[in-house]
Design a protein around this ligand. Structure first.
Ligand code: BES
Ligand code: ZN
Length: 871
């Protein structure tokens, strides 16, 4: 196995292009015959060889312009097939055999349950047939699928259905033709005995599109939310971006075994069933929201990804960052914008900030990789979306729309680079983005220190903004250019008018956005009577960490008065973090802990505010997660974090228990389950309050909610609290839940995650037992993520002082690597705190990291991650 790196700087155009490819599959579980006929033409030098990628294929025959080639006329190795001395244009017919059932990597064509399905991004197509498997080779595809009619009545591929018919021996066939040229990673094939839900959508130009969602038979009634989300996505992309769908049919297939969430194959999306199936009894509010956003995301790729694709995989954020931005905007328009923003930023802070501070830190446009599959990261996706959002903030909604229009007009049907996107944005808006492009090539999270001096005489406030930038994996970085949205709030809680002294042209764009471009710069605001409090980085206008010299009281003030909803939330988290870090210090130094009065009062103000949006209230009353707190510690003492966090919870319920319980009771009314934002907010607040009540001795309210609830959101919230309790209710509820949902694997995922996430000391042995349980199957990625992944993210147990957590996960990484390297490498990312451990823990982890990296036949995927962590 080669561990060679691929570099962006070494990109070269393909010397050949594939104009058309006609595929024929004779489906069989272990021996599927694939016939391909390609029309290929030379675009490079005459003497250049043609190289076709191929991986795990059994070659049967090759014909060049109709003549079968002898073995001596081509070269075949582990990576693929080379042909020399070719004419300028020719046809190539290849026959090969693949084994879908043996494909446990779930990459290429594989079987999930009884269903044939494919996953080709980024490099799966080479596991189906020999091809120039890179995104800038775009061809027109047709597919003939032949299969047993009884076992596989449904036969699907990309594009429009062209012909179907019966064959002898109980077989039948279907021919699909996709008129749009596309890269091989967007190719898809599905065959099976599937249930189906149909609907239709009429586009802005009055084209009627057939919409189908396929799933396991019996699950059809769980597809309605996905279907509604699809129609909403189609409408939204027309209204917000003027983009119309471009085929006669849009198919979505839900499968149980899938490495990722979902895939945007042209006209034939394949989804992890987790992101399709939902009803009130089995799915939580956050599952419903997740479905809406992922359905939207894959639909939006039709323009940002499929019509315009990536030149090479270093450009991945071109389609993913942009499409995440689009799905975030879609969710904001469908639900509550500020609530959506908080949840998106939280996800960024909890996952991407951690990644960017670790040995796997990389720019949104990486320079090199060993295995591209390792780069579907929070950085490429979430930070990539923040970079697009900054452009949106800089040039405004109108400028952004004009930029998108120009991007589509200029590059439709092409495979392009992030530079092409920036060009369109700059050209359409007239805004200079050159300095801004550093965001594409620098890694690490910038930090911004803000200080201010108020001068009463001149009624002015001088604000100094200093950025620091560094990365664990880069040197010689330069200052960034970014929009920094601020507000000034006076003592009575009102906004000051923002008036800049000598505002030179662009330093302040409208709505309080400062343009920061230097390492250090000062802005003087005039006409201010009394020293104001600054509200900084409003709505999280830039993906940075902000530092001030503000005390708890000043953050408490912002928490109460900031007009920016995001910043009110952010202030609640900052103040809670400050308090928690003091408590953690106390635990570490063996000193007594006590509740901060200022925080307690700020908490109660929110608690007793009956006018606040319930979802925002719930977010503001929640404590920062363990993962957020871990980021700020120089040397990790995980147990101390848990002790401090649990102490604060207990103190808050001791102090405000009566109010919390009364409010919980008033929210816990029997109601029909609906997905209106207000209802989702009510449940979120209710369950946040319940989680505080979980710290009480009496578990009966939690158990009662578990028993009485008519929906999964409330039931699961109660169950996770009980899973951390010592009372009788825990066993009762867990047993009941298991019995009730044993046959529903999506719900069993929740059960496994709840147990694996528990702080209780029996968790490691519970997890080991569940590995042997009949509901668990190590070949199904969702189950691995729910049980093993959740345990690995359970910092308390993963970092067990005897090193048992490290060893257990290493065993699983190695076991999984033989089956599914992509899932194994996803799991191996949990070791990335290596550098911040104390010496004892570090030595224990090192043993495991070395054990993994020294294993023979290790995949490139795991090797790349572990070797970076060790370096
Ligand atoms: N193109 C990706 C899916 C993908 C990438 C699958 C690489 C397999 C390998 C898709 O558009 C995507 O981004 N899916 C996300 C969900 C999305 C809402 C962020 C996923 O699968 O996690
Ligand atoms: Zn995507």
């Amino acid at each position: 196995m080669s561990m060679e790196k691929v570099y962006l700087s070494e990109y070269e155009k393909s010397p050949y292009e594939v104009k058309t490819i006609d595929l024929e599959f004779d489906l069989d579980s272990t021996k599927t015959m694939v016939k391909s006929k390609m029309i290929i033409s030379r675009t490079g030098e005459e003497n250049q060889a043609l190289f076709l990628n191929g991986d795990s294929l059994e070659l049967v025959s090759i014909k060049l312009d109709g003549r079968e080639l002898h073995q001596s006329e081509y070269e075949l190795n582990e990576q693929g097939l080379s042909l020399h001395q070719l004419p300028a244009e020719f046809s190539l017919e290849i026959e090969n055999i693949i084994n879908p059932e043996a494909n446990t990597a779930l990459d290429g064509l594989y079987k999930s349950g009884g269903i044939f399905c494919s996953q080709n991004e980024p490099e799966g197509f080479r596991r189906i047939t020999y091809f120039i498997d890179r995104p800038d080779v775009m061809a027109v595809y047709s597919t003939k699928i032949i299969a047993d009619k009884k076992a596989y009545p449904i036969l699907l591929s990309n594009g429009n259905l062209f012909e179907t018919g019966d064959l002898k021996d109980g077989k039948h066939y279907a021919i699909w033709k996709d008129p749009h040229p596309k890269p091989s990673y967007l190719y898809a094939l599905v065959a099976g005995d599937l249930g189906c839900v149909n609907d239709s959508f009429t586009t802005m130009n009055n084209n009627e599109i057939a919409l189908n969602i396929y799933c396991d038979k019996g699950n059809e009634d769980q597809c309605s939310h996905a279907m509604t989300s699809l129609k909403n996505s189609m409408k939204w992309d027309e209204e917000r971006f003027g983009r119309e769908y471009d085929l006669e049919i849009y198919n979505i297939v839900a499968v149980d075994s899938f490495n990722m969430g979902a895939m945007e194959n042209k006209g034939l999306n394949v989804f992890n069933s987790h992101y399709v199936l939902a009803d009130a009894d089995t799915a939580t509010d956050s599952n419903f929201m997740g479905i809406e956003s992922v359905i939207g995301h894959e639909y939006f790729h039709n323009w940002t990804g499929n019509r315009i694709t990536c030149r090479d995989w270093f450009q991945l954020t071109l389609k993913e960052g942009l499409t995440v931005f689009r799905d975030q905007e879609f969710s904001s328009d469908m639900n509550t914008r500020s609530v959506q923003r908080i949840s998106d930023v939280k996800a960024l802070q909890e996952r991407q900030f951690v990644e960017d501070a670790s040995p796997t830190s990389h720019p949104i446009k990486p320079e090199a990789y060993i295995q591209i599959n390792n780069f579907y990261t929070a950085t490429i996706y979430e930070k990539g979306a923040e970079v697009i959002r900054m452009i949106h903030t800089l040039i405004g909604e109108e400028g952004f729309r004009a930029g998108m229009d120009l991007y589509f007009k200029s590059f439709d049907g092409q495979a392009v680079r992030t530079e092409d996107f920036i060009w369109a944005m700059q050209e359409a808006s007239g805004f200079d983005l050159e300095h801004f492009t550093l965001w594409y090539c620098q890694s690490g999270t910038p930090e911004v220190n803000v200080t201010s001096v108020f001068d009463k005489k001149s009624k002015s406030l001088c604000v100094t903004i200093k950025q620091t930038f560094s990365s664990p994996t880069q040197v010689n970085q330069k200052p960034y250019f970014f929009p920094f949205k601020i507000g000034l709030i006076n003592g009575s809680g009102h906004e000051c008018r923002l008036q800049l002294e000598n505002a030179e042209g662009q330093t302040l764009v409208d709505k309080g956005v400062l343009l920061i471009s230097k390492e250090e710069e000062s802005f003087t605001f005039t006409g201010i009577k009394d020293a104001p409090i600054m509200s900084l980085n409003r709505n999280f206008s830039a993906p940075v960490k902000v530092h001030t010299a503000y005390s708890l009281s000043e953050y408490a003030f912002l928490m109460a008065h900031d007009k920016d909803e995001f910043n009110r939330f952010e202030a609640s988290q900052t103040i809670a973090s400050m308090v928690l870090h003091k408590l953690i210090d106390a635990v570490e130094k063996n000193e007594a802990m006590s509740l901060s009065d200022i925080y307690s009062e700020a908490f109660s103000k929110v608690l007793l505010d009956m006018n606040m949006d319930m979802s925002l209230k719930a977010d503001s009353l929640s404590l920062p997660s363990v993962s957020m707190l871990m980021q700020e510690r120089e040397v990790l003492d995980v147990e101390a974090i848990y002790i401090a966090r649990n102490f604060l919870k207990r103190e808050l319920i001791r102090e405000w228990g009566a109010d919390i319980q009364a409010q919980y009771a008033s929210l816990n009314t029997e109601k029909e389950y609906t997905l209106q934002s207000a209802e989702i907010g009510r449940r979120k607040l209710k369950n946040t309050l319940l989680s505080y009540m979980g710290a009480l001795k009496d578990e009966s309210p939690v158990l009662l909610q578990y028993k009485k609830s008519n929906n999964m959101t409330d039931r699961l919230a109660a169950l996770s609290i009980l899973a951390n309790s010592r009372g009788k209710g825990k066993t009762e509820a867990l047993n009941h839940f298991y019995k009730r949902y044993k046959d529903n694997t999506l719900v069993m995922n929740k059960y496994l995650a709840v147990i694996a996430s528990s702080e209780l000391k029996e968790t490691p042995s519970n997890v080991r037992d569940l590995l042997e349980d009949e509901v668990f199957d190590i070949k199904v990625p969702n189950l691995v993520r729910s049980l093993i992944g959740a345990f690995a993210r359970n910092a308390l147990h993963f970092h067990a002082i005897d090193g048992s957590g490290y060893a257990f996960i290493a065993d699983k990484v190695l076991e999984l690597d033989k089956l599914n390297p992509q899932i194994a490498s996803g799991l191996s990312g949990v070791y990335k705190d290596y550098g911040r451990l104390n010496d004892t823990a570090k030595a224990l982890m090192k043993v495991q990291l070395e054990r993994i990296v020294n294993t023979s036949n290790l995949s490139k995927n795991v090797y790349e991650i572990i070797s970076k962590i060790l370096a």
